[in-house]
Design a protein around this ligand. Structure first.
Ligand SMILES: [Zn+2]
Ligand SMILES: [Zn+2]
Length: 348
């Protein structure tokens, strides 16, 4: 098969021929229809998140089952599918409880093994991890779902428990943040977007934010307390820095809920626990979304309530994947998400 491979950290990935992946006994090989290019792929390529070299990146994928292993009962060749970026083992207590997103033996195509910047990718424990893709959802839009969009959906709905009329604050309007803005607005929340970039804030407005607050100037938490008349019901830190995490907690209404999605790679994060006590705040971490929890989101995508396709900026070919990854050395992807399209058709 053709795949985009890098032999060392920071060395430009090249499109080359490699052996097809073997099909796991309990898994499938997916013919990739489209694959998102995410900042996590860039972190792996730069060596921030070590992988086994040479490596094929790519973890946001949609496609068609090309082959199913003998232990797989629910899927067969020809099924249109997508997968979460965290794939559970399917056997541990967390997977059996439906929480594959925190499986201690999780696999992640593109990190723990070869990913989807390739014509074929193997996925383990298919009966736990595959998600059926309705015909109404094309591969490019579905490629946005597995990582940033599903993570935002779970943050806003499962942890945030957002209701129509609630105030939702979103700190950081990149891929995850803009997804949270769109999801919150679609569910009837009044959304306040916060970012340092004015173009990110105008994208947030186009996608449903009622108010925007520049992160650079005065204290964004105070601005949100004022706009919302006492604080947000739910606040999401989609960026992941000690400053945005603390700001997200401080902008909450009494009994509000903070959801941490941004990865906080900068180390210890001082959360104002005095406010957590005095205002009875709830603090959650959110790490992707298990395949089991996809159906309500997929229904809203298929009927057009949620439109992840609007988050796609550039659609490129596999031959341009290496350059797209290298381009992330620059500032954040203001043009929207980049998606590699490998198959124009809906089916094999
Ligand atoms: Zn990702
Ligand atoms: Zn497990």
């Amino acid at each position: 098969m053709r795949a985009v491979v890098y032999s060392g950290y920071g060395i430009l990935p090249e499109l080359t021929q490699v052996a097809d992946p073997a099909c796991p006994e309990d898994g499938v090989v997916i013919a990739v229809g489209a694959s998102g290019v995410c900042r996590s792929d860039w972190h792996a390529w730069k060596g921030h998140d070590p992988v086994v070299l040479p490596h094929i990146g790519g973890h946001e994928l949609a496609g068609v089952v090309a082959q199913a292993g003998p232990e797989v009962t629910g899927w067969r060749a020809g099924d249109r599918v997508t997968v979460p970026f965290v794939c559970g083992c399917g056997r541990c207590e967390y997977c059996l409880a439906g929480d594959a997103q925190v499986c201690p033996r999780q696999t992640q195509p593109g990190f723990t093994g070869p990913g989807s910047f390739a014509e074929l990718v193997a996925v383990h424990a298919a009966d736990t991890n595959l998600v059926s893709l309705p015909d109404a959802v094309d591969f490019a839009a579905a490629a946005c779902l597995g990582c940033r969009f599903a993570t935002a959906f779970r943050a806003v709905t499962a942890h945030g428990r957002i209701r129509a009329g609630d105030w939702l604050a979103v700190h950081g309007c990149g891929g995850v943040g803009l997804s949270a803005v769109m999801i919150g607005a679609a569910l009837g929340a009044r959304v306040v977007g916060v970012d340092v970039s004015s173009s990110a804030l105008s994208r947030a407005q186009e996608l449903g934010a009622s108010f925007t607050v520049p992160a650079g100037a005065a204290d964004p938490a105070l601005a949100i307390l004022e706009i919302t008349g006492g604080g947000a019901h739910v606040s999401v830190d989609a960026l992941g820095s000690p400053a945005t995490a603390a700001c997200s907690v401080r902008c909450l209404r009494r009994r509000g809920r903070h959801v941490q999605v941004g990865l906080l790679l900068d180390g210890p994060t001082p959360i104002p626990m005095d406010l957590v006590v005095a205002r009875e705040l709830e603090i959650y971490g959110s790490h992707g979304m298990a395949a089991r929890d996809y159906p309500p989101m997929m229904t809203m995508v298929a009927d057009g309530t949620l439109r992840p396709g609007l988050l796609v900026g550039n659609v490129i070919g596999l031959e341009d994947a290496g350059r797209a990854l290298a381009a992330m050395d620059g500032p954040a992807e203001e043009a929207g998400m980049t998606v590699i399209r490998l198959r124009p058709s809906m089916r094999l």
